[in-house]
Ligand binder design. Structure first.
Ligand SMILES: Cc1cc2nc3c(=O)[nH]c(=O)nc-3n(C[C@H](O)[C@H](O)[C@H](O)COP(=O)(O)OP(=O)(O)OC[C@H]3O[C@@H](n4cnc5c(N)ncnc54)[C@H](O)[C@@H]3O)c2cc1C
Length: 311
């Protein structure tokens, strides 16, 4: 069997975890899910058993504790592989699991074929290169690049097994002490169906007022490029790209963003791109489904105005 760490956010299973469950079925073995703290309905996702870790110290996210729990379950179930979504938490927990067990970790995989040795296709260089690798390991540790695998439903009546992990004080030492809601209306960049994103072309911190306005009208999240976070116009949490957040909206509206490869690495999951740029030859414009050539300071407020008129 293969064991998959499943993450939840606001009581809902996160999409990248469902994608990891789909990829885990490539092993052709039973898929078991591991959740920390609370159970979830995984009956549509080909899961045979849902293991739920319960412990008084697990009130908040504690990466070492999660790694310890995964380790204990993987050993007791004799898991042939352990997977997680390649989210910030998934990668963190799996890196800690790898350090604990001295097992190799293959991060950001998009496909696997059972072994031994297991064959993996994984993203390198922020997703601009796909590497095929063979992993010789008694228990491959794998994270799945978010939004690269489509969720395929497979109904199965997953049994739920609750258990109490054995955690030391050290496992719980690093833990989240406070959650601070990000400015911008609380729409998560990773889960947003529409993202309105601004680059250096927006010109200033104040310039983001029009980006926020359009995002508000569309029920969208606000994103930005690294040029913007480096200038201090927006917080790093808004940054899209290789060293920022990977997004997967239905529409990504790129305003004054040139489309450097490191930015595009965060857009692989976007279904459609609408680019607004004064330079028709900017890479973002060449990669866009819809491109508007012109000054965003005129175009963005004009779009907002049209939306307001149509309501
Ligand atoms: C290791 C590494 C990691 C990186 N990670 C990231 C990352 O995660 N995310 C990221 O974004 N970048 C990342 N970068 C930086 C990246 O290489 C680019 O420098 C950055 O994305 C550029 O941001 P930009 O497109 O906003 O700015 P620019 O490249 O300066 O582009 C500005 C664009 O705005 C247009 N423009 C200007 N004025 C207007 C106007 N009035 N109306 C319309 N259009 C206008 C211009 O034509 C231009 O295309 C990384 C770089 C490195 C080396």
């Amino acid at each position: 069997m293969v064991l998959v760490l499943v993450e939840q956010s606001d009581g809902k299973v996160m999409e990248p975890s469902l994608q990891a469950l789909t990829l885990a079925r490539s092993f052709g073995q039973e898929v078991h899910a591991l959740l920390v703290g609370a159970a979830a309905d995984l009956t549509q996702h080909g899961v045979t058993v849902t293991h739920v870790a319960e412990h008084v110290g697990l009130g908040s996210y504690a990466p070492d504790a999660w790694a310890a729990i995964l380790h204990q379950r993987a050993v007791s179930l004799n898991a042939s592989a352990v997977l997680a979504a390649g989210t910030d938490r998934g990668n963190e927990v799996m890196a800690r699991l790898a350090a604990r067990t001295s097992l190799p970790l293959a991060a950001n995989c998009v496909a696997v074929a059972p072994g031994p040795p297991v064959t993996l296709t994984r993203q390198r260089w922020g997703g601009s290169l796909l590497e095929e690798a063979r992993l010789q390991s008694e228990r491959p540790l794998i994270t799945v690049a978010p939004h690269t695998v489509g969720v395929v439903l497979e109904p199965m009546p997953a049994a739920i097994e609750k258990f109490s992990p054995d955690l030391s004080d050290g496992d719980l030492l690093v833990h989240v002490v406070e959650h601070v809601t990000a400015a911008g209306g609380g729409i998560s960049l990773t889960e947003a169906r529409v993202v309105v994103s601004g680059g250096r072309g927006v010109g200033s911190k104040e310039g983001f007022g029009m980006i926020e306005e359009l995002a508000g009208l569309l029920g969208a999240a606000v994103g930005c490029s690294r040029a913007v976070t480096s200038a201090g116009w927006r917080p790093h949490t808004d940054q899209v790209g290789q060293t920022g957040t990977k997004v997967a909206p239905e529409v990504y509206i790129a305003c004054g963003i040139s489309g450097a490869t490191q930015h595009m690495a965060g857009l692989k999951g976007a279904k459609r791109i609408l680019a607004i740029n004064s330079d028709p030859q900017a890479p973002m414009m060449l990669n866009a489904d819809y491109a508007v050539v012109g000054d965003l300071k005129e175009i963005v407020p004009a779009i907002s105005e049209e939306i307001r008129k149509s309501r």
